[in-house]
Design a protein around this ligand. Sequence first.
Ligand code: BGC
Length: 461
Amino acid sequence: MTEEDTKDKGSQVNRSVVEDICKPFIVGDEVYRQIRDVFLNEIKKGLCKYTHESASVKCLLTFVEKLPNGCERGKFLALDVGGTNFRILLLNLDGGENLKIETASYELTESLMTGPGRDLFDFLAECLSTFIHKHDLQKEELNLGFTFAFPLKQTELNKGVLVTWTKAFSCSGVVNHDVVDLFKEAINRRDDIHINNIVILNDTTGTLISCAWDYRETKIALIIGTGTNTCYLEKTKYIELFNGGVNASPTMIINCESGNFGSDGSLDFVRTPIDLILDNNSVNAGQQIYEKMISGMYLGEIVRLILLECINAGAMLNGVHSEEISTPMSLDIKHMSEIEAGEPGNDSATRQIFEIMGYKRPSDEDCEHLRYICNVVSTRSANMAAATLATLVNRVGDPFVVIGVDGTVYRMYPNYPERLRKKLKELARPEYQFCLKVTEDGSGRGAALLAATVFSKKRSP
Ligand code: BGC
């Protein structure tokens, strides 16, 4: 055998080791169909009064029974909290198609996201005060939609008790408290602004409302960004925890909190050993299992763990561990995006990422393998997102439904929307057509639109 032949043989062996390590992440359609069907069971458990308490997919009531009809008028504020940036919006509606928005974005430091809740709410109130003064709104009657992108137990539109923190938040003194109350208290401590009414909602709910403003057929929304979640319009007769009486609307938005799908073991048939390691090392082990398999906060970590296995098996990077690769959460979804955005055969982005990860001279083969790993992990994410959306498309059962989508993974990750759409087409019943619409800024815009729907001034006769 020549030296060249030996090298080729070595490459083939390495490739098959990498493929073997990735194999548990590549599953057939029967598995995605199973995820779709299991998710339907979980939804039913969440909606049923006897199983709701123990259900992992909580199907939380939102009390949003009416979507905007386009006749809303006035100025409405929104506060959108859920990630490292939080935003304030001012929406001006003229009762017709015109909608004007002013926005401001503020950064939340890590200490605000993990320190005492009081500091967080004081900061939100301070930014709101600055915004109101800047736009000279002190004398207006202000109604505000408050998007809080975490699981909320609601008993009314203006009450939302935080069930648990998710993503990178862990402020003390907020879980089991009504966040509207905490926010009002912070406003009162300042004593320089006044808000008439506040309604509270999840970011998926906001996305659905916002998309419905543009497309009346919207009945489902998906967020796939740092975290993930879905919501949809359910018939109130199936929402056993809701007792709306004779005046109840026929439908209400249900916040599935699908990120927690699988925390009762129902996704164990598709979880890989690496998914188990990631969960064990996380701050909220046992929770948000589906979110940990598909959302932006975790995909980079899955890739890092796969990479480590490939290195340990001697199939990549000459078996050498860098300090960076050994550091949890050091690989970001942004890195994966850059790797997959590069043209096949052009490794410059991948080499840069390797450099960030502490490897100066990766081989062409290492680059090819890393790209392959990213593709396997992001494809599983898109396919799993499609599986639960298929459940909702089938559940809504309209001949045509619009799905509002927001979140950086969907908006920024190369080819993610195409992969998701393709799998959804395969998994939803063929008689139900759908269309996915990006609803950028949906969560904030939706919050202001909800405030508008509830508090809009009536048209003068
Ligand atoms: C939260 C959801 C939220 C989703 C997207 C999840 O971690 O539990 O409430 O909708 O992230 O932001």
